[in-house]
Design a protein around this ligand. Structure first.
Ligand SMILES: C[S@@+](CC[C@H](N)C(=O)[O-])C[C@H]1O[C@@H](n2cnc3c(N)ncnc32)[C@H](O)[C@@H]1O
Length: 281
């Protein structure tokens, strides 16, 4: 394992960039040596994929070496009470007809208090790695939305807003109720972000992919649209089947993806390899 930095030494002050100043340039090569200490590291084009607990990778990254964080953490959701949330992801997020289709994934069993503590921990470590003014954007659902907005602030990010992802009418209707048709991106910046660059929409309508490589797969197109205002390298501490990695490849952004599950790490590697080969052909 790589040597961990002391947390105190790594904390950059909040708001160190003067208004209007450009963000510091970052290079993906700065990560090569730091990440090579992990047992499974795969380079595919300008993507670096690491199989590890993201907490360890976040601690190993050089302060200010990441342009932005975009990710889809395990929500630890899918039930109103602690007992229901502790069930396997397939029991919570899949109808019985689909339960056999996808492998289970890691880290989806926290109660509210431990989800808040854990979210604040990874978000704080992510902030150390991100350039001043850089963006952190993490998906959540309606149940975890309040706690996710708490976590991003506890972690020292300047909370900037909530971006709804409208999954369209493909989402299952429930009679007598509003359809749970949206998920949400909670986002903040590492202190002041200069008012410069492109404008991005504040809400997105995009159907869930028809063919999925992960139980909670997100669409590549959505990720591409969300990445339109960020600089790389893009850090994705909860990679799953790597739609953010594919989006980064399409946009020419360096990408670092971390996945704990051996199964989904393999899925992500194969997907990015195939995508890389297809683009090279
Ligand atoms: C919600 S899923 C992401 C799915 C992804 N958006 C996709 O479209 O395939 C979260 C992923 O994070 C992984 N994970 C959970 N805890 C982790 C941790 N501590 N470190 C690294 N990966 C973790 C899970 O195994 C899971 O694959």
């Amino acid at each position: 394992m790589p040597e961990h930095h002391s947390a105190a030494a790594m904390v950059p002050p909040i708001g160190v960039v003067a208004p209007g100043a450009p963000l510091s340039p970052v290079s993906s090569d700065r990560h090569g040596a730091l990440l090579s200490g992990f047992r499974e590291v795969v380079r595919i084009g300008s993507a670096t994929l690491v199989r590890a607990d993201s907490m360890e990778v976040l601690e190993a990254l050089e302060p200010g070496s990441i342009g932005a964080v975009l990710c889809d953490p395990p929500y630890s959701s899918g039930g109103l009470h602690a007992g229901e949330r502790a069930r396997a992801p397939s029991q919570k997020y899949q109808g019985s007809e689909h339960r056999h289709l996808y492998a289970e994934f890691a880290g989806d069993c926290r109660d509210q208090r431990s989800f808040l503590a854990w979210s604040a921990m990874w978000m704080a470590r992510a902030r150390h790695a991100v350039v001043p003014g850089g963006i952190c954007a993490a998906f959540t659902d309606w149940r975890q939305l309040p706690i996710s907005t708490d976590a991003i602030q506890v972690a020292g990010w300047t909370w900037r807003g909530i971006v709804p992802w409208d999954k369209t009418e493909c989402v299952r209707p429930i009679v007598g109720r509003y359809r749970n048709q949206a998920e949400f991106l909670v986002w903040g910046t590492n202190g002041h972000r200069p008012l410069a660059g492109k404008v991005a929409p504040g809400a997105y309508r995009q159907a869930v992919p028809k063919t999925k490589l992960h139980m909670t797969a997100k669409p590549v197109e959505l990720m591409e649209r969300l990445l339109s205002i960020v600089d790389g390298p893009v850090l994705d501490p909860f990679m799953g089947s790597a739609p953010i990695g594919v989006a980064c490849a399409n946009l020419g952004l360096p990408y670092i993806g971390v996945e704990f599950s051996a199964h989904y790490f393999d899925v992500a590697c194969r997907r990015l390899e195939a995508h890389h080969a297809q683009r090279a052909a």
